[in-house]
Design a protein around this ligand. Structure first.
Ligand code: DLL
Length: 443
């Protein structure tokens, strides 16, 4: 059984030339790619030609990466308005694959990839898997969904590029996941962090932890906390890594955290990150939180200029302990659109998660936030599952726990919260992205 920690950890870097490149060399590479990209989109994408004309910019005005601020933004709404193939920079017959994500309303967001885009994607995920300590010897159990969602396909492409064994389980059927994981000797697994906790608990309950050969978990597609990472690691005795991506840029494989867990390294030779103040769109300094904006430097099929992700993070350009110079973005606090303003206070689901896990027991990290408006006042109710081991019929004990949870949440969020304790396993589990918030105020 592998252990958690830096002991017996061997650093592996798939592409040291790029991943450890000096800042000057990286800027030169990015500049060259940006100049080429701007010409490509201006000449081939009506939408960008019009946007640049409106701003009075010509491709020749962009001389290097330092000119990126002159370029127009792209939003999710722009993608919807040009759905499905209006933003292609190549003829449709060169598109090898489409991937998508379903928003909460309306049409899905669709992204188109050429064969080369697919290869770059696989290579980025292979870099990420290497960062997580995996090699061609490994067996990667993929329980992200396969389909338009990029999770399953992305991890699969990465395993292939690495030369490892992909186990394409897709999502669902936890009993079967556990059986295959054990029988096929999976050494790593990939799924959302919320499903990883559920799967880890199920493996533990079935007494199968020691039967597994797992050493790494690759989790992302939704925000999760350091406490959640430690929980999965402690149950399964593995190292877990945070993988980030979005279908518009490429799926998983835009960034991954290394063993030091001090931020996620962005593959900036392909995806140029900017962190901007969401209101003023001015650049944030290193360490300051803002909206993550990406320009796809290498994409052929559907390249995007300054795509506003709505994800909130900060960036650090210093060299990491692992030796990589790739900048690191901090773990995501949330999105501009999943932040809830409750009685004037900004609240993110991840704050609830951190607070619950900091209690050191009593409750499980399975929760649901419900926001209502009563008598013109916002009311936040947090439904929390009582941990199986602490579950008791004694009303007094449950009352004590409820009060404790209420106090911990109030301290963490800065607003008072109604706590509703529920029995273990009653909050619906998701095999994909977990639903953490229901806001009834908008109905
Ligand atoms: O969720 C791609 C992905 C699949 C990433 C598997 C990692 C693993 P979309 O469905 O397009 O793509 O959703 C993208 O999910 O803008 C973030 O808000 C959120 N997200 C993705 N990864 C993380 C993460 C995939 N590690 C949206 N932490 C993004 C926090 C994440 N949020």
């Amino acid at each position: 059984m592998a252990g958690v920690s830096l002991e017996n950890w061997q650093e592996r870097i798939r592409d040291p030339k790029i991943e450890c490149m000096s800042r000057d060399e990286m800027s030169a590479l990015q500049s060259k790619k940006l100049v080429d990209l701007v010409h490509r989109v201006y000449n081939n994408v009506e939408f960008y030609r019009k946007k640049m004309d409106d701003l009075g910019i010509e491709p020749g005005d962009i001389k290097g990466i330092e000119d990126i601020g002159k370029l127009p933004f792209t939003t999710k709404e722009d993608l919807r308005d040009n759905y499905p193939f209006g933003l292609l920079a190549v003829p449709q017959k060169q598109i090898a694959r489409v991937q998508g994500t379903s928003g909460t309303t309306g049409k899905l967001t669709l992204a188109s990839y050429t064969q080369k885009d697919v290869e770059v994607w696989g290579e980025c995920v292979a870099r990420a898997l290497t960062m997580a300590g995996l090699t061609a010897e490994d067996r990667i159990h993929v329980c992200y969904g396969y389909g338009l969602f990029t999770g399953g396909m992305g991890l699969d492409l990465g395993a292939q590029a690495l030369g490892a064994m992909a186990i394409p389980m897709s999502a669902g059927n936890t009993q079967r996941q556990m059986m295959c994981m054990e029988d096929f000797g999976a050494t790593a697994f990939a799924c959302t962090p919320s499903y990883a906790v559920y799967l880890a608990e199920s493996i533990q309950e079935a007494g199968l932890v020691d039967h597994m050969q797992l050493k790494a978990g690759i989790h992302g597609a939704e925000p999760w906390t350091e406490e959640m990472r430690k929980k999965i690691e402690d149950i399964l005795h593995i190292n877990c890594f945070d993988i980030y991506g979005l279908c518009e840029i490429t799926g998983p494989g835009v960034a991954l955290d290394c063993i030091h867990h001090e931020g996620l390294h962005v593959y900036e030779d392909h995806f140029y990150p900017e962190i901007l103040n969401p209101s003023t769109q001015e650049p944030c300094a290193d360490g300051e939180t803002g909206e993550l904006v990406f320009t796809t430097l290498s994409k052929e099929g559907m390249p995007l200029l300054r795509y506003r992700t709505k994800d909130l993070t900060s960036i650090d350009h210093s060299t990491c302990k692992c030796g990589r110079t790739l900048p690191r973005i901090s773990k995501f606090t949330g999105r501009t659109d999943d932040m809830k303003v409750i009685r004037g206070v900004n609240v993110f689901p991840t704050q609830v998660e951190t607070a619950l896990l900091s209690m050191g027991g009593g409750v499980a990290p399975h929760y649901l936030m419900i926001v209502d408006r009563e008598n013109n006042m916002d009311v936040l109710t947090v439904m929390v599952e009582v941990d199986e081991r602490y579950f008791s019929d004694e009303i007094r004990k449950l009352d004590e726990l409820k009060n404790k949870v209420g106090a911990v949440l109030k301290q963490a969020l800065g607003v008072s919260v109604r706590v509703k304790l529920v029995e273990p396993k009653t909050i619906q589990r998701s095999e994909g992205k977990a639903k953490r918030v229901i806001d009834n105020r908008q109905m």
